[in-house]
Design a protein around this ligand. Sequence first.
Ligand code: ZN
Length: 151
Amino acid sequence: MLDRIRDLYQEVVFDHNRNPRNFRVMPGASRKIEGFNPLCGDRITLYVRINDGLIEDVSFQGSGCAISTASASLMTEIVKGKTEQEAERLFELFHRITTGKNSEAVNLEDLGKLAVLAGVRAYPARVKCATLAWHSLQAALKNEAETVSTE
Ligand code: ZN
């Protein structure tokens, strides 16, 4: 199973890094978070528009390595239109597959395209690149900070 994911991993990271989805400033966002991964130098500004518990729109800007950009791009695609609760659950699943903690309990089919990023486990130094956008999203949903750092 993971062999297939490893093959797809390179392909998806390449595609989303070259052509990131939802890569734009969002005027009138309800939340705006600056995320930073000092280990790699990845920076992201995440914009979220929330209405009545629903993530109506999400976008990002920033500069970073291919993995951080691809992960942010995938995340925006996946959480748009989801409720805050569903997004929290996806974050938790994503965290488990990328760190390998309790990952055997995760049904990868639930994660769809996101499961491909489980391939980052083959590169432990890059896990924080992959999770930066998700930590930023969590901070945005909790609405308790304007900046977030992976360190
Ligand atoms: Zn990085």
